[in-house]
Write a protein that binds this ligand. Structure first.
Ligand SMILES: Cc1ncc(COP(=O)(O)O)c(C=O)c1O
Length: 395
């Protein structure tokens, strides 16, 4: 066997999201693009905001001397300062460039963080449903993913967390607005979580990190502001990117931000810069760093995503599907009407509607819909959803 057992296993268990995406490509070749309703991948069809192209043009026409050269592994000071300024505005505490490290997307950010902090076989706690790559990323760095449940609203169960933290726990990794559920955690919840982690860190006499994956921070609906973790826990870190808020996932630009009062701050930031280098990222893409420096307050239209959510949510609930209304992101995570979520997504696929089974997010019995697609795809998918609802006698 040419590939390692570890990679082989990871590929076999591999991502249903990719599988559906690939099946979608085959179905599109067979039936035509407009006859396949692909709600599987979180790959936004929205264009980046006009400011992105303006900046791109400006840079192309006025290149900055040395703008394509290597740089500090942490990223350009000017970009980190711009990120810190925006974060300070949003969080109400003062960040500086020393709290920020630019990365290759949120995925790169998370790998850098885990590589830096996790000792072999230490546990990183996550909550189902989770972004499937979390498991791969934790295992990349010899950590052990410990999966805990959420409640019916997809909020982590703190009573379970209380008993699950051990001397081996290194970090608790949360993600809100959540992929796949769209849940946004409340300030009250974050307060309780922070208190629990403080108690446990004291009890075990070690640092337990709270990491929030905020890749969707700006995509929250009904004018709700996404609560911040900073006031509730000092050993906290966020990983995020501009993949979703500027709709540029292919450009691989994101960052890590840490609490300014974090213990061992300097050592940790130096560790992040080192790991950014040795993981082979070296630094976040230079061109994108030059661009996003000027785009910190810019975002795609959140109203557009909210409209898509409302459209789909109202139609599907009317057909009898059971859904916790997502508060953010561009996903929803309905209950699978069949106990076997794979059997259910296969029913939908017969009508060329592609979704992802809940088990690939650690939650069998559900399925995920991604609605960052064009309106035609959403509208076209309704017939398939209705046929299956009728067959299964929902509503
Ligand atoms: C929760 C979550 N984290 C991280 C990522 C990866 O984002 P990026 O493209 O910034 O690496 C995604 C992408 O879908 C995601 O859903």
């Amino acid at each position: 066997m040419s590939i390692s057992e570890r990679v082989k296993k990871s590929m076999e268990e591999g991502s249903w999201i990719r599988r559906m995406f690939e099946e979608g490509t085959i179905l599109k070749q067979k039936y035509g693009e407009e006859n396949v309703f692909d709600l599987s991948l979180g790959n936004p069809v929205m264009k980046p905001p006009p400011e992105f192209h303006q900046e791109l043009r400006r840079l192309a026409e006025n290149p900055i001397p040395g703008m394509h050269r290597y740089m500090e592994n942490a990223g350009y000071a000017e970009t980190r300062t711009a990120v810190a300024k925006q974060l300070s505005l949003e969080a109400g505490i003062n960040f500086t460039k020393d709290d920020i490290l630019m990365t290759c997307g949120a995925a790169g950010a998370l790998n850098v963080v885990l590589k830096t902090i996790v000792n072999r076989e230490e546990e990183v706690i996550i909550f189902a449903p989770y972004f499937a790559e979390f498991i791969n990323y934790i295992e990349n760095h010899d950590g052990v993913a410990k999966v805990l449940p959420t409640d019916e609203q997809f909020i982590p169960r703190l009573d379970v967390l209380e008993t699950a933290i051990t001397a081996r726990t290194r970090a608790v990794l949360i993600n809100y607005p959540n992929n796949p559920s769209g849940a946004v955690y409340s300030e009250d919840f974050l307060h309780q979580l922070g208190e629990l982690l403080k108690d446990k860190a004291n009890k075990y006499g070690k640092e337990i990190f709270l990491i929030n994956d905020e890749a969707y921070r700006n995509l929250v609906y009904n004018g709700v502001k996404c609560p911040q973790i900073w006031p509730y826990y000092q050993q906290s870190i966020i990983v995020t990117s501009h993949s979703k808020d500027l709709a540029i996932p292919g450009e691989r630009i994101g960052y890590i931000a840490v609490h300014p009062d974090l213990n061992d701050h300097k050592e940790l930031m130096a560790g992040f810069a080192h790991c950014n280098r040795i993981l082979g990222y070296v630094n976040a893409p230079a061109l994108m760093q030059h661009l996003v420096r000027h785009l910190q307050a810019v975002s795609v239209s959140v109203a557009e995503y909210q409209r898509k959510r409302d459209f789909l949510y109202s139609h599907l609930t009317e057909m009898g599907y059971s859904i916790v209304k997502p508060q953010g992101t561009f996903y929803m995570f309905p209950k699978s009407p069949l106990e076997d979520d794979i059997a259910f997504i296969k029913e939908l696929r017969r009508w060329r509607v592609l979704t992802v089974p809940g088990r690939s997010f650690g939650s069998p019995g559900y399925f995920r819909i991604s609605y960052c697609t064009d309106d035609g795809t959403l509208e076209g998918s309704l017939a398939g959803f209705r046929k299956v609802a009728q067959k299964l006698k929902l509503g």
